[in-house]
Design a protein around this ligand. Structure first.
Ligand code: SAM
Length: 456
């Protein structure tokens, strides 16, 4: 592994909890940690699965360390959205959410810098079903990856947007919680990604620090008075961590919030130089996870007004007949609205329809709720998102397949199944939905999305 930049090491001297010798030693040890987080809506017995669980991650409800890194790509349950491969330290976000807000309430939550979707899928699992998560990524190609993660996660209370942080400023006082997992210089991931070491520079730390301030200033009008801002990075640099917390207090009179941690977690509580704001540092020589920083702030004052919800909806409605066709495919849950969206039928909890109307005034909505499919005069041609969603009706036929069959399906290869069924059918692996096939008299059509097929 390349040596750690001397300028980084000297800039960390004197920081709370920093132990240079242990830090360097951990980076040269070659030790790698693998962890996953289970989707509670698609839960399975992790101890019975093909990967070997080492232990539970103590600061999160659904996270596990694995004994070794399996080939995740060849595990159909990953593609079914039954779990997400995520670095353990960042799952501490669950503590930040639970300790600063009441997760049983109906909340509007924004994950501003969200691709590929690790924090967003965690947030979705922690908030209530009455809450709405808006998950945003500014870079278009990365927004596609985010949409894929969200689709596979299967929840209907999520909206994916592709916007610059400043586009949110018009949503004055709208969000209860904003999570900013900011783009940063990335030193916290050096143990895992040694190639990134060569790209580190002090100048980049300064650039990141300025960008982080700009992102926060741009989005802050959208946070309610009394709302919570959760700021995190995977950088050890004070200028991207505690100094940003100090700056938020100086510029916006934010109030720092303290979190409680268990001593055995070895997370270091750090106070910022000027305003003594609380921040939480994760060092890989202390914590079983990568480098991470997180701080929580409450917005004490707001000069902004309230957002005005549009009086008249601009969303297109479907005919009663079309709605009846679509309804056959979804569980008989109360409170789901079926709308027309980009030529598709879309299911969305009824209480959020007004929010979609509001959001689309200022944002580019890439995806909202669950796309059900295209309605023709006679039938619904289902979308993949419906198969992997939590909305699919139990009346749709399913076939549970072997590992080899599941992989053929996920590769989008031609294969045969021994079945007398016909028409639209859901393929399952270990009882988790993988996607649709259509059974025809002598063959089947594979409807797995081409762009997501596995290439191995
Ligand atoms: N939260 C993600 C997760 O847990 O999977 C990781 C987010 S990553 C640390 C930061 C994200 O910020 C990247 O996806 C990057 O594309 C995005 N980003 C880059 N520049 C940005 C900017 N100027 N404003 C907002 N987001 C930006």
């Amino acid at each position: 592994m390349s040596t750690l930049p001397t300028a980084l090491l000297s800039s960390l001297k004197g920081l709370p909890g920093y132990d240079e010798q242990a830090f360097i030693q951990m980076h040269t040890s070659g030790q790698q940690i693998t962890s996953v987080r289970i989707n509670p809506t698609k839960a399975f017995d992790v101890y019975e699965h093909s990967f070997e669980v080492e232990s539970k991650i103590p600061w999160t409800s659904n996270g596990y360390y694995l004994k070794q890194r399996p080939s995740f790509t060849l595990d159909p349950l990953l593609h079914a959205g039954a779990y997400y491969v995520q670095e353990a330290s960042s799952m501490f976000l669950e503590q930040a959410l639970r300790q600063t807000a009441d997760m049983s309430q109906s909340l509007k939550v924004l994950d501003l810098c969200a691709a590929p979707g690790g924090k967003s899928t965690l947030i979705q699992s922690v908030i209530s079903n009455e809450s709405l998560l808006i998950t945003n990524e500014v870079i278009k190609t990365r927004a596609n990856i985010l949409a894929e993660s969200i689709t596979k996660w299967g929840a209907e209370n999520v909206v994916v947007t592709n916007n610059d942080p400043k586009d949110f400023a018009k949503l004055e006082n709208y969000f209860d919680i904003i999570v900013i997992d900011a783009p940063c210089s990335g030193s916290g991931l050096f143990r895992r990604d040694a190639d990134a070491i060569g790209e580190w520079s002090e100048a980049n730390v300064q650039l990141c620090s300025q960008r982080q301030q700009r992102i926060i200033a741009d989005v802050l009008p959208a946070l309610k008075q009394g709302g919570i801002l959760i700021y995190s990075t995977c950088s050890y640099s004070k200028d991207e961590d505690e100094a940003i917390a100090d700056w938020m207090i100086d510029e916006f009179n934010m109030k720092s919030l303290r979190l409680s941690t268990e001593p055995e977690w070895n997370i270091v509580e750090a106070l910022s130089d000027k305003n003594k704001a609380y921040g939480y540092r994760f060092y890989p020589d202390k914590v079983k996870g990568e480098g991470f920083f997180i701080a929580c702030m409450e917005k004490q004052e707001s000069e902004c007004g309230e957002v005005a919800f549009p009086k008249k909806s601009k969303l297109e409605k479907l005919s009663k007949n079309d709605i009846a066709i679509a309804e056959k495919w979804i569980r008989e849950d109360v409170g789901i609205s079926i709308l027309k969206w980009k030529e598709l039928a879309l299911a969305l909890p009824a209480r959020f329809v007004q929010d979609i109307d509001l959001l689309q005034q200022s944002l580019y909505i890439k995806q909202a709720g669950v796309a059900l499919g295209q309605i023709t005069p006679k039938e619904l041609i289902p979308e993949h998102s419906l198969a992997v969603s939590n909305l699919l009706s139990n009346n749709i036929p399913v076939i549970d397949v072997t590992l080899e069959e599941a992989l053929q399906y996920l590769r989008k290869s031609d294969f045969k199944l021994d079945s007398n069924g016909k028409g639209w059918t859901v393929l399952q692996y270990k009882s988790r939905n993988l996607g649709f096939i259509k059974l025809l008299p002598n063959r089947l059509n594979n409807y797995y999305p081409k762009e997501w097929r596995i290439l191995k």
